[in-house]
Design a protein. Structure first.
Length: 488
């Protein structure tokens, strides 16, 4: 296919050149009605290109096939059979994939390190989760994706499961053995969904971890806004094989998605695909080399250790590692990643990616260069020199895996929508959670609706908040009280 084509961008250019006059949404009418004070900050171009997808970008019956052609080009670019665009982020895309595989009261194998959007899908659909435990590194207090053996064991115990879902890469850059997990699923005649939100770049360079479609997955969901050039909320989901009908997947996406999609998001997705096909290999040659230099230089800073394959990959750990996620252990500085991230933002106006009780991280993409990484290195050296100001660190009581792994005693949907009450933290032990309690980032719930709470997890959350953790989806974000089910 001719990947110099950009159907959405070309249609948008045609719309401008034809000087069309809309009597349709958006109500700002090409920015003419927008407050000048808003336009001064956002720019006129945003409003100029914010047009209706149908009866605007395309005609009323979509006869020009603008979006369909753009999706076909995206599928060809990465070797998928079908691709669908979403302007509601991968949070919608992963739900659409789940609802295409399992329905109410049907089982789905799910890695317990899933993002909160997966849990939302369980709540909405009434799916029965069969949790597959991640691989826990007790030395580093870090979970890696579940192993293929763990999925095989789960299928042996639950042969009626309708499919499986795994998250890879994780926000820490660690990856599953997807080929082995896909083979396990297909041996049972069911599909594998991969939440590859952090892997938009993976198809475009051979030195990056194998991406989901090449590994044999059936559906792959990816957030182009995370590691690509998409605008926020831009997501694509890819399909291959015959275990899920394309019409079913599209139907589920239509059920959940907006009827007013953003042409701005579509246009950026279209342009990013062209950029990657034409220039992706060269861009990632440069980015991977840059990442190698940055890793080496951070490793020279006293008190900092950059995690690499030797730490994260191997038996009982991850199968691969995305080198563009620069994960820095800062325990040698005697403080927490929370304080490191806050200090650097305050003093250097640099936003680090993910911080936890003993790590901080920087996400590199094809957009980075020596200017951005030199600023990062200067900030890390500076915070190391001022580490004494960030001590003593408030300790976070991280439980051992058996205590961290709560028992699922109710369907997530039943607990979430059932009768609830808000109780003090000390009264919540032994009660069934009716909400997600999610340290963010990375957005992986410590407690889910339907799980029975224990003292270890609640102490972890409270001590984490005292140390700088954020739990934004709790009804009480301080987690001094917890929303629990009223059990009959």
């Amino acid at each position: 296919m001719d990947h110099s084509q950009v159907p959405v961008l070309d249609a948008l250019a045609a719309y401008h050149s034809e000087n069309q006059t809309p009597f349709t949404p958006p109500g700002h009418k090409q920015g003419r009605g927008a407050d000048p004070r808003v336009r001064a900050i956002l720019g006129d171009a945003v409003f100029h290109s914010d047009v209706l997808a149908t009866s605007g970008l395309d005609d009323r019956v979509e006869s020009k096939g603008v979006l369909a052609k753009a999706q076909e080009l995206m599928a060809d670019a990465v070797g998928a059979d079908h691709t669908f665009f979403s302007t509601c982020g991968s949070s919608l895309s992963v739900k659409a994939a789940m609802l295409s595989v399992a329905g109410p009261h049907e089982k789905l194998l799910v890695g317990r390190d899933a993002h909160k959007s997966v849990v939302s899908g369980l709540v909405l659909a009434g799916i029965v989760p069969v949790w597959v435990d991640p691989q826990w590194d007790p030395e580093r207090h870090l979970a890696h994706p579940p192993s293929a053996e763990a999925f095989r064991a789960a299928f042996a115990e639950h042969p009626d499961a309708r499919g499986a879902l795994v998250t890879t890469p994780t926000p820490y850059g660690t990856c599953s053995d997807l080929a082995a997990i896909a083979e396990t699923c297909h041996r049972h005649g069911v599909p594998l969904i991969v939440d590859e939100a952090w892997g938009a770049h993976l198809p475009f360079h051979p030195d990056l971890p194998t991406w989901a479609m090449d590994a044999g997955a059936d559906v792959c969901v990816t957030s182009v806004h995370k590691m690509g050039s998409g605008l926020e909320q831009s997501s694509v989901f890819h399909l291959q094989g015959d275990l899920i009908e394309p019409a079913v997947l599209k139907n589920r996406a239509d059920l959940l998605g907006t009827t007013s999609p953003s042409v701005l998001v579509y246009a950026a997705l279209d342009g990013w695909r062209r950029q990657m096909v034409e220039h992706g290999r060269r861009l990632y040659d440069d980015t991977l080399a840059l990442a190698g230099r940055v890793r080496e230089r951070i490793g020279e800073i006293e008190g900092m250790h950059v995690h690499g394959r030797e730490d994260f990959c191997g038996p009982d750990r991850a199968a691969d590692l995305d080198p563009l996620q620069i994960i820095v252990d800062i325990t040698g500085l005697g403080t927490t990643g929370y304080r490191i991230g806050d200090w650097i933002r305050e003093h250097h106006r640099i936003n680090l990616h993910l911080s936890d009780h003993r790590r901080t991280s920087a996400q590199l993409t094809h957009a980075d260069d020596s200017r951005s990484t030199d600023a990062l290195l200067a900030a890390l050296r500076d915070v190391a020199a001022h580490a004494e100001e960030l001590r003593p660190a408030t300790p976070v009581e991280v439980p051992d895996p058996p205590e961290l792994r709560l028992e699922q005693v109710m369907l997530p949907r039943d607990a979430f929508f059932g009768r609830v009450e808000q109780v003090p933290l000390d009264k919540a032990v032994g009660r069934v959670s009716a909400e997600m309690l999610t340290p963010y980032p990375p957005g992986i719930p410590a407690a889910l609706p339907g799980e029975r709470l224990d003292s270890a997890v609640l102490r972890y959350l409270r001590s984490g908040i005292e140390a700088g953790m954020v739990v934004p989806d709790a009804a009480d974000t301080t987690v001094q009280t917890v929303r629990v089910s009223v059990e009959e």
